[in-house]
Design a binder for this molecule. Structure first.
Ligand code: BES
Ligand code: MN
Ligand code: ZN
Length: 477
């Protein structure tokens, strides 16, 4: 059980509280179930007005992902009640469970992530819309390690919340051009170089796959390139490539109307790359990173690509369009080729790519595919640090050839099964043998209906923290 307390926490309060909490527990008023929150006013006349008990569930089911999310939920309810400052007191049994740094990270990120507001466009609010801007943590040992972790966690949570805001923005106010402007604003003063390719430059570079998707839209496509340089010459260069579809109607292979409004979030991978770059620029790992975000709408129109069309990507491969709704892999392919051409030694792409991964893992985890066990291991370690869940799916040779076309080198859609896998098989064609991990966040980027209490409703910012930690791990290697 963790104790979240608002206000100033005076000496001796813990002693005063302890008896009272034991009383509450005895009476069964609070059981400590995961995400259970109990507000107690003026508990035993403690110096703070409110004491909030937060359940983190059964000891044997404890993990840092669920712990973070419990604090996230608690911070959200505190914020909704207008509280701005919290002190989190960790119980002794919690402190004994994990390292002080991991606990500090989880607490800070949990509380800071609770500041995100999905209803930002409401003109009338039922709840107070305050932000929690003060946090103290009590009950931690290892002050130095914890303090460093807190600083990192704040940068990571801020970047994540920024990304969630972008993903939440409706597609009419978040076009590829607006995306570019937002990124330009966000990187101002950061230790990052930014370059934006327009459609003329894409044509020069023969990015036929990205341009094919862009054809149906009146909004010009862009490719955002961010560079972070802090590694030695000849050292690893991490290439992050994110899908930036600001709205996915499906194109001529149009989607059904049901839930189509969700497709404003189809730039979640691209936004995650930008968020990670922003965090990396603050955490300053000694490594080089290039972040690439191809961004466009996918729309039907008289100019749009049609099933049966064949297009040529910037790497020279010809692609038969079977389904215009399989657009993410098309724009990613030109992004990945760009990463390879610009010296990326390790490639991680991230995308809201398939309904298939959503049906498989739900909002709980991202799906991963890889051609390199070592890089995959680093991604898993990064996920652990981030408190994000990732699950690897196989790319056995049995799946080879599924994306071969009769008329071109490749086709963009294939059999009606293993949808997340076939997308990965397609993408692998563009990495030129570089160590590569593909992250499919179509499930984890957003929780719509709120069936799972352990995951926040709305955009989650999936991948931001994982990618930022990955850069750090690649630097240490
Ligand atoms: N953006 C979608 C995937 C998606 C679905 C994301 C649901 C979030 C929630 C993607 O572009 C898509 O349409 N994928 C198709 C591919 C198919 C046509 C081969 C899919 O998964 O059905
Ligand atoms: Mn699509
Ligand atoms: Zn899409």
């Amino acid at each position: 059980m963790a104790l979240l307390e608002w206000g100033r926490f005076g000496r001796g309060d813990r002693r005063i509280l302890k008896g009272a909490i034991t009383g509450l527990l005895k009476d069964g008023e609070f059981r400590g179930r995961l995400l259970e929150v109990a507000f107690v006013h003026n508990l035993n006349n403690a110096t703070s007005k409110w004491t909030v008990l937060v359940g983190v569930g059964k000891q044997e089911k404890f993990d840092l992902v669920r712990f973070r999310n419990a604090l996230h939920a608690a911070a959200r309810s505190l914020r909704k009640r207008g509280h701005k400052e919290v002190t989190v007191l960790l119980t002794k049994d919690l402190a004994g469970k994990t390292s002080p740094a991991d606990l500090a990270r989880a607490v800070t990120e949990g509380v800071a992530l609770g500041n995100f507001e999905i209803a930002a466009l409401k003109t009338r609010h039922e709840d107070a819309v305050t932000r929690i801007d003060g946090l103290s943590i009590g009950g931690l040992d290892g002050q130095k390690a914890a303090a460093d972790a807190v600083k990192e966690a704040i940068a990571l949570a801020d970047a994540t919340n920024q990304v969630r805001e972008w993903i939440n923005a409706p597609a009419n106010t978040f076009t590829p051009s607006v995306f570019v402007d937002k990124v330009k604003g966000a990187v101002k003063g950061a230790d990052l170089e930014i370059e934006v390719l327009d459609m003329d430059e894409m044509k020069k570079l023969k990015m036929g796959a990205l341009l094919a998707v862009a054809r149906g839209s009146d909004e010009p496509a862009k490719m955002i390139v961010l560079r972070y340089k802090n590694g030695r010459k000849g050292g690893p260069m991490l290439g992050l490539v994110g899908k930036g579809i600001t709205f996915d109607s499906g194109g001529i292979s149009i989607k059904p109307a049901q839930n189509m409004e969700m497709m404003k979030s189809d730039m979640g991978g691209g936004a995650a790359v930008v968020g990670a770059m922003l965090a990396i620029a603050e955490l300053k790992p000694k490594v080089n990173v290039i972040g690439i975000v191809p961004t466009t709408e996918n729309m039907p129109s008289g100019h749009a690509i049609k099933p049966g069309d064949v297009v040529t990507g910037s790497g020279g491969k010809t692609i038969e369009i079977i389904n215009t709704d399989a657009e993410g892999r098309l724009i990613l392919s030109d992004g990945i080729t760009y990463a390879v051409k610009h010296g990326a030694t390790h490639i991680v792409d991230i995308a809201t790519l398939t309904g298939s991964i959503m049906r498989t893992l739900g909002p709980v985890a991202m799906g991963a595919f890889s051609n390199d066990p070592k890089l995959m291991d680093l991604v898993r370690r990064a996920a652990d640090l981030a408190g994000e869940r990732v699950w690897e799916l196989p790319l056995w040779a049995d799946y080879d050839g599924l994306m071969d076309s009769q008329v071109a080198d490749l086709k963009n859609a294939s059999v009606p099964w293993a949808g997340a896998t076939t997308a990965a098989v397609f993408l692998r064609e563009f990495v030129e043998g570089r160590p590569w991990v593909h992250l499919d966040i179509a499930g984890s980027a957003w929780q719509d209906a709120g069936e799972l209490k352990t995951i926040p409703r709305g955009p989650t910012g999936s991948g931001v923290r994982l990618l930022a930690h990955l850069a750090g791990l690649l630097a240490d290697n």
